[in-house]
Design a protein around this ligand. Structure first.
Ligand code: HEC
Ligand code: HEC
Ligand code: HEC
Ligand code: HEC
Ligand code: HEC
Length: 497
């Protein structure tokens, strides 16, 4: 058997090209089986190996297969010999001898072809499977998906496959995504891609087919406490607390529900926005199951025409546009790291200097890392030299934490800088919820969509010295006494409902 195989190999290696083909095909075949066995045995667990096993090796295998006939063809043309003459030269008489089942050579070729077809079908099945894995989506065209991959890995969905949100279920979704993927590959190859990748992503599947497979609207009820700490820029980076009780109920009726009312079963919210950018609304409509429609029109833009195909039905992504690719704000990012203890709160002026170190953008990650390090080190060297000895470790940790914040958020090659991808979840700078909850969107009797401060959340502290300031008893002289009384009543009333 071994001899037969070796004879065959020697036979097909007619020249250097043929020989290279044989070597490529055989070695990639053996390597792939070897890597796959190691994976099945649980020895190889690194997901990146898939790039080699299912992409590189099968490609080499096919290239090798193409080389073999090409070598023969070239040799035949150059030597001017006929196919029969070449066969006679390369193979023994026994191999070429005809019998009932064809010559030994024909049989060997048939068996090899069968093995190749089988091998390639299995490899391409595994390749398709692998192409649905996050590590492929995130790293195959590394420079392009860099920002999304970096933010994905530290997000609440880091264990959810990209395709669960980006492809959805069903054959239609699969074909759509493969067509879209092919187009993306072409745009990457010919550098037609816009940088940064523009949002909103219009071709995202409706959330019903993606998010709602794992989170369903009936599940949202009650409220959720969110405590936020901002640190000041003074020497001790004094903490200031904001505590919100977010009313995340879903429900059907206005006035009796909460934030997830918009996706309640009997409601459908539709809107049109300028240039379909979902930033500035032209009108917003509430359609109820019972057929009633309530329309709010933006009184600033009554003259703008819109295209009917650009009318959008609101879903999860209109608020959770940054469900996974959460780009931070530099100030909030530093606050979060101080709070987690990754940046030592006791370092003097640490908030001010940390933000100062990361706020600018630099052409390469290496340069950024260097400048961040210099910024922090030189500040403490010049102003608190003895801290370099006593708090050296804390300072180093702060530096590496800041470099990490920077490299997760800033991707120079894709023009992703601070603030490029806004988050619609809150109302920073009048965006987010306030795109609709503002005084310009009014119904037929000029009543705007509600936006009072306690509709979406109770506020138990707002940049206050303590996390629950407004629940304390306040004296009348207190500047915020009205707020205390109001919010205290509001909160107590809400919590016993
Ligand atoms: C939990 C759902 C979810 C997962 C998982 C997910 N994405 Fe996204 N992705 C989104 C949403 C939502 C948007 C933003 C849509 C918008 O702004 O219109 C988005 C946007 C994007 C964009 C456009 C640019 C941007 O940053 O907004 C790219 C590219 C992208 N995702 C790639 C990926 C890749 C690659 C993975 C896996 C490594 C992945 N996504 C995993 C939900 C997800
Ligand atoms: C395959 C299942 C799956 C899909 C699909 C999915 N999620 Fe999630 N999501 C999860 C899991 C699991 C968590 C919980 C993570 C945790 O508790 O740390 C989560 C957490 C969340 C959170 C809470 C985040 C936080 O900070 O605690 C939000 C908001 C969310 N998902 C929104 C979405 C949206 C919007 C989509 C669609 C674009 C979506 N999810 C799609 C599984 C999924
Ligand atoms: C009107 C805006 C809006 C819409 C639409 C919306 N959400 Fe939310 N959602 C929020 C806000 C605001 C929060 C609270 C944010 C926080 O926890 O910081 C939240 C919280 C959540 C949480 C975390 C709940 C918890 O108990 O911690 C999940 C999960 C979630 N949403 C999923 C979804 C899904 C899935 C959809 C679509 C079916 C959806 N949301 C639609 C605004 C919205
Ligand atoms: C596309 C427009 C739009 C966006 C964006 C939007 N809302 Fe609304 N929201 C509405 C409309 C319309 C109503 C109903 C107003 C009415 O009928 O009076 C409403 C009602 C509400 C209600 C009242 C529910 C009740 O039971 O009374 C809450 C709470 C709410 N929204 C929270 C939010 C939050 C939080 C966000 C941002 C995360 C947000 N909304 C973003 C359009 C929007
Ligand atoms: C339409 C719903 C809605 C209305 C109306 C609303 N908020 Fe908010 N607010 C939110 C949501 C959602 C967040 C973000 C929660 C999160 O971070 O996940 C938020 C966040 C905040 C924060 C924390 C910001 C931070 O990160 O430090 C403050 C403070 C705040 N709101 C105050 C107010 C005040 C004051 C008003 C009245 C003028 C108001 N809100 C009206 C929904 C609303």
């Amino acid at each position: 058997m071994k001899k037969k195989y070796l004879n065959f190999i020697r036979g097909v290696s007619i020249n250097k090209i043929g020989f290279t083909g044989v070597v490529l095909t055989t070695s990639s075949f053996v390597a792939m089986i070897f890597l796959e066995l190691l994976r099945i045995a649980g020895v190889l667990t690194n997901a990146y190996i898939g790039l080699i096993t299912y992409l590189l090796l099968p490609t080499l295998f096919v290239i090798g297969l193409v080389f073999i006939p090409f070598g023969w063809f070239k040799y035949k043309k150059e030597s001017g010999k006929t196919a029969k003459e070449l066969l006679d030269r390369q193979f023994t008489v026994e191999e070429l001898e005809k019998n009932k089942l064809g010559s030994t050579l024909t049989r060997t070729v048939l068996i090899f072809t069968l093995v190749n077809v089988l091998f390639l079908s299995i490899a391409s099945m595994r390749m398709l499977q692998f192409m649905d894995e996050p590590v492929f989506c995130g790293t195959a065209c590394h420079s392009v998906m860099g920002p999304e991959w970096a933010t994905y890995q530290v997000s609440p969905h880091s264990r959810v496959a990209c395709v669960s949100c980006h492809v959805g279920e069903g054959v239609g979704a699969l074909i759509d995504s493969k067509l879209n993927g092919t187009w993306q590959m072409i745009s990457v190859t010919f550098n037609l891609l816009e940088r940064p990748i523009p949002t909103p992503v219009h071709q995202l599947r409706p959330s019903r087919e993606t998010c709602e497979k794992c989170h369903w609207p009936e599940k949202f009820y009650g409220s959720k406490i969110k405590s936020i700490v901002h640190y000041s820029t003074d020497e001790i980076s004094s903490p200031k607390y904001t505590t919100l009780v977010l009313k995340i109920d879903s429900g059907e009726e206005v006035g009796k529900s909460g934030i997830h009312w918009h996706i309640g079963k009997s409601n459908q919210i539709r809107y049109a926005s300028i240039e379909d950018e979902r930033e500035e609304m032209l009108w917003v409509e509430v359609l109820k199951n019972n057929g009633t429609v309530k329309r709010f029109i933006n009184k600033k833009h009554t003259d703008i025409e819109y295209n009917y195909k650009d009318v959008r039905i609101m879903d999860c992504v209109d608020c959770h546009n940054r469900a996974t690719h959460i780009y931070e704000d530099p100030i909030d990012a530093v606050d979060k790291r101080i709070r987690k203890g990754l940046i030592d709160h006791s370092l003097p002026f640490v908030k001010r200097e940390a933000v100062g170190a990361i706020i600018s953008s630099f052409t390469t990650a290496d340069l950024a890392n260097q400048i961040i390090q210099n910024h922090i080190l030189s500040f403490y060297r010049e102003n608190y030299p003895n801290l370099l000895g006593t708090k050296g470790e804390s300072i180093d940790k702060a530096i590496s934490t800041l470099q990490n914040v920077y490299n997760t958020n800033i991707h120079y090659g894709m023009n992703v800088d601070w603030g490029v991808y806004p988050n619609f979840l809150g109302h920073k700078n009048g965006s987010g919820c306030f795109r609709c909850h503002n005084k310009d969107l009014v119904d037929e009797i000029s009543t705007p969509i509600k936006s009072d401060c306690t509709m979406c959340h109770s506020i138990l502290a707002n940049d206050s010295p303590q996390p629950f300031t407004y629940l304390k008893n306040a004296t009348n002289e207190n500047r915020d006494s009205a707020m205390h009384v109001y919010l205290k009543n509001e909160f107590l009333e809400y919590s016993i409902k």
